[in-house]
Design a protein around this ligand. Structure first.
Ligand SMILES: [Zn+2]
Ligand SMILES: [Zn+2]
Length: 415
C-alpha cells in the first residue's frame, strides 16, 4: 500500500498531494522547490465519522505502527525474503484491535497537524518489538522449514504511525471510523493520563535546496534521498544539521545516451571470517574460478544498488555487481546527465551485506551457519554511478553486461 499525503506548500501555503516516498517537492503553484525532512516516523490519522455531539478535544487517538519493507532471513541452507506490510497496535489496551488490517489502504489518511485536537495515546510498545512481531508473523505464516535461523535483516523499511480515532460514550470505547463500540476499556483512565497533545516536531519541516558550497540550485527526482549540484559537481545528503556532502564517483562512458544507476560502494572490514581481499570473497563464497594473484591484490568492496528493488532482484544485482567489480574501469568525478535517483539509504545497504554474502555463496549449506559470528564494519562508503545501455526492455551495464529489466526498476520506485 502507498499512502497519500496532503501537505501545505511551505512557500505559498497551497495544498499539495505527495506520496509517502517523496522528498524533493516542487510546488505546482509557486514553482518553489523544497526538501522535506522528518524527525522520526511520519504520523497520520484515519478520518473519523464521530457524531457531532462528541467534542473533538475529548477524542482519543491510538497509535498503530506501520512497517513496510523487506525482511531477509537465512534458515538452514535457505536464503529467503518476504515483503512485510503491516500495522500493529503500539499501546496496551484491552479492547483495541491488534491491527488496522486493510483500513489505511481503503481510506485516505492525513498527516497529524495542530488542527487535530484531542489526546494522542502514548506508544508504550517499542518499535523494535513490534517489528519483530510483524516479522515473526510474516515468516511463520509461510514457513515450513524446520532448521535454525542464522540471520535476519530488514531492508528498505518505512516506519510510520497511524492513529485510530476513538471516543467514549456511555462508558464504552468507540471506534470513530466505523462508529462501532469496541467495549469497556479498563485502561482508559491510565491511557488518558499518559496521553499528549500534538507536538510541532511531529510535522515535517523543509530545507531550501541551495547548494551549501556554491549556492546553485540542487537537483534530483521527487523521491531522491541524495541531491546533486551540477555547478560544483557535488552530492548532498540530508543530516541533522542540513545538507552534508558525500563522496561520489562515476564510471564515465564514451557512449552517449547512457542511463546511470547509483550503487553504494562499501569498503568493509569483516570479523569472524577471513575476508579482507576480493580473493577471500571468491574463496568463501566458493566461486567456480581459479583464484589469481590479481584477486589477492584487489581490496574487497561490495557494490549494492542504492535504489529500491524487489528483494530477489536486489540480492542478485548486488551479488553480480560485487562479483564483477574487477571489470569496472577507473571512476572519475564527472556527473552524469541521466541518472536514477538514490532511494535506498547507505545504512540500509550496510544492513544488507550479510544477505548479499549469503546470496553469493554457491554452497549455502557451508556458509550460512557462519553468519551469526560474522560482523561487518564500515570502512568507508562512496556513491558510484555506473553506465547502463538502454536496450528497450532492459538496461545493460556497459562493462559487465549485467542486465536489469526496466519494468523492475520502475516497480522499485513504488516499493
Ligand atoms: Zn507553493
Ligand atoms: Zn554547488
Amino acid at each position: 500500500m502507498d499512502l497519500t499525503i496532503h501537505q501545505n506548500c511551505p512557500s505559498c501555503g497551497a495544498d499539495i498531494e505527495l506520496s509517502e516516498a517523496d522528498r524533493l517537492i516542487r510546488c505546482p503553484y509557486c514553482d518553489v522547490q523544497n526538501f522535506m525532512v522528518t524527525r522520526g516516523a511520519l504520523r497520520f490519522v484515519l478520518p473519523d465519522k464521530a457524531p457531532d455531539h462528541i467534542l473533538r478535544r475529548n477524542m482519543l487517538y491510538a497509535p498503530y505502527l506501520r512497517f513496510k519493507g523487506n525482511i531477509y532471513y537465512c534458515k538452514g541452507k535457505y536464503l529467503k525474503h518476504k515483503v512485510v506490510d503491516t500495522t500493529q497496535l503500539g499501546t496496551s489496551g484491552t479492547v483495541l484491535p491488534p491491527s488496522l488490517g486493510l483500513r489505511p489502504q481503503a481510506m485516505p489518511v492525513s498527516l497529524v497537524t495542530d488542527a487535530v485536537e484531542g489526546h494522542f495515546l502514548r506508544q508504550t510498545i517499542k518499535a523494535k518489538t513490534l517489528l519483530e512481531r510483524a516479522a515473526q508473523l510474516t515468516v511463520i505464516a509461510s514457513e515450513d522449514i524446520d532448521a535454525p535461523f542464522y540471520h535476519r535483516a530488514y531492508i528498505g523499511e518505512t516506519v510510520s504511525c497511524i492513529y485510530l480515532p476513538l471516543y467514549l460514550q456511555n462508558d464504552l470505547l468507540y471506534d470513530a471510523v466505523t462508529n462501532t463500540a469496541l467495549g469497556k476499556e479498563t485502561l482508559v483512565g491510565e491511557m488518558r493520563a499518559q496521553s499528549m497533545h500534538y507536538k510541532a516536531v511531529w510535522s515535517p519541516h523543509f530545507l531550501a535546496t541551495l547548494c551549501p558550497r556554491c549556492g546553485d540550485t540542487l537537483s534530483g527526482a521527487h523521491d531522491s534521498l541524495i541531491l546533486s549540484c551540477y555547478n560544483c559537481q557535488s552530492c548532498w545528503e540530508e543530516t541533522k544539521n542540513g545538507f552534508q556532502s558525500i563522496s561520489w564517483n562515476a564510471v564515465v562512458s564514451n557512449n552517449k545516451g547512457m542511463y546511470y544507476l547509483p550503487f553504494w560502494k562499501l569498503s568493509v572490514r569483516a570479523d569472524g571470517i577471513e575476508m579482507q581481499t576480493f580473493a577471500d570473497f571468491l574463496r568463501i563464497t566458493n566461486q567456480p574460478l581459479v583464484i589469481q594473484q590479481r584477486h589477492k591484490e584487489l581490496a574487497l568492496h561490495f557494490f549494492l544498488p542504492a535504489f529500491k528493488l524487489r528483494p530477489s532482484t536486489f540480492l542478485r544485482l548486488g551479488k553480480n555487481m560485487t562479483l564483477s567489480q574487477e571489470r569496472l574501469p577507473q571512476s572519475e568525478q564527472q556527473m552524469p546527465k541521466r541518472m536514477h535517483p538514490v532511494t535506498l539509504k547507505r545504512i540500509e545497504a550496510l544492513q544488507a551485506l550479510k544477505s548479499v554474502l549469503a546470496e553469493a555463496a554457491v554452497s549455502k549449506r557451508k556458509l550460512l551457519p557462519k553468519l551469526p559470528i560474522v560482523r561487518f564494519h564500515s570502512m568507508g562508503t562512496e556513491l558510484i554511478y555506473l553506465p547502463f545501455k538502454d536496450k528497450g526492455h532492459d538496461f545493460v551495464q556497459e562493462q559487465t553486461g549485467i542486465p536489469l529489466a526496466q519494468a523492475v526498476l520502475r516497480f522499485g520506485r513504488k516499493l
